[in-house]
Design a protein around this ligand. Structure first.
Ligand code: KG4
Ligand code: ZN
Length: 308
């Protein structure tokens, strides 16, 4: 539905959520061999995100909670991503450096304890995911672009086109991807993009993003001395990025934790998990959305986890 537009159209997304959420819950319970009676609580994504789509999920969760008389808890979407590696077999301990790379966010965070996050670096403009999606759109690959770009990149030569590595050598931990996006747009206009050129460009973009993210993650590990790295968010599924991060972290002697591929991109399991940790905040039948919501602000909230 969104591929035609090269991105998510908010109004179409929220209307589609309304159509799909009720049957999705029914199907999911059937697949798990469970019924509504088995539920102990309802967790939903409270934000950040598109207000319309958030409202559909939140209202559905609030209604379910009211009807079943269950606790209902709103979750920060990025906290869901950040905790998703803990659903794997090899769960990281706290504290860790988190590289959060999703469609809308590219951040480096210090995670001191559950609920305690400090922002160390952020993108000044576009997210890395947007650079993937924009490149895919320019190459007519549809949306989401990341998986399509990495598939195309497999047979490309990343050295053919010279692409910028924005802020690679800047002193801080902030990032920027709009220059890369512009460079790709100019290239696509200028060159005749045959099949091999498209693959080469995909490989070049993927490499540029992997190098910049890896350099900043390394800088953040050095600056903070944090003992482990956790990678989360849709872009964290990218194979080349994983190779670069793992190689760099190994040199530093720092273990890296990735969520299972299925838990990298948006999913309900990570929201359920974060919600389970935040049950103390639950209400019944009430819901709220926060389309703009800073993850670090969770640390200022009441200390539900008894963390130091
Ligand atoms: O975390 P996510 O599923 O949704 C958001 O919260 O935004 O991330 C979606 C982003 C999209 O930009 C998508 O193109 C990107 O993750 N993505 C990838 C890959 N799989 C998904 N980017 C690069 N390589 C991938 N394999
Ligand atoms: Zn996400």
């Amino acid at each position: 539905m969104h591929a035609e537009y090269g991105g998510v159209v908010p109004e179409l997304a929220s209307r589609d959520h309304i159509r799909r959420v009720p049957s999705l819950v029914t199907e999911l319970l059937a697949d798990c061999g469970r019924g509504l009676d088995d539920l102990g609580a309802v967790a939903y994504t409270q934000g950040p995100g598109l207000a319309g789509a958030l409202l559909v999920g939140a209202a559905f969760a609030g209604g379910l909670s009211f009807a079943l008389d269950l606790p209902c808890v709103g979750v920060h979407h990025l906290e869901g991503h950040l905790l998703s590696p803990m659903l794997g077999e090899r769960a990281p301990d706290f504290p860790f450096l988190a590289l959060l790379v999703s469609g809308g966010h590219t951040q480096l965070l210090e995670a001191g304890a559950p609920g305690r996050y400090r922002l160390l670096g952020d993108t000044l403009d576009d997210a890395a995911g947007e650079a993937f999606d924009k490149t895919a759109q320019l190459l007519g690959l549809g949306y989401p672009g990341g998986p399509a770009i990495s598939a195309l990149a497999l047979r490309g030569n990343p050295a053919r086109f010279t692409l910028p590595r924005p802020m690679l050598h800047s002193p801080g931990l902030d990032l920027s991807f709009s220059g890369l996006k512009t460079a790709v747009a100019l290239l696509v206009k200028r060159e005749s993009m045959d099949d091999q050129a498209r693959a080469d460009l995909a490989a070049g973009v993927e490499l540029a993003i992997a190098e910049v993210l890896t350099a900043k993650a390394v800088a953040a590990l050095r600056a903070t001395g944090l003992p482990r790295l956790v990678v989360a968010g849709g872009v964290g599924a990218n194979r080349r990025l994983r190779e670069h991060l793992s190689a760099a972290a190994e040199k530093l002697g720092v273990p890296v934790f990735y969520p299972d591929l299925a838990l990298c991109t948006d999913n309900g399991a990570m929201i359920a998990f974060a919600g389970a940790l935040r049950l103390a905040e639950a209400t019944r039948g009430a819901f709220q959305v926060r389309p703009r919501w800073d993850l670090a602000s969770l640390s200022e909230a009441v200390d539900y986890f008894g963390a130091a």
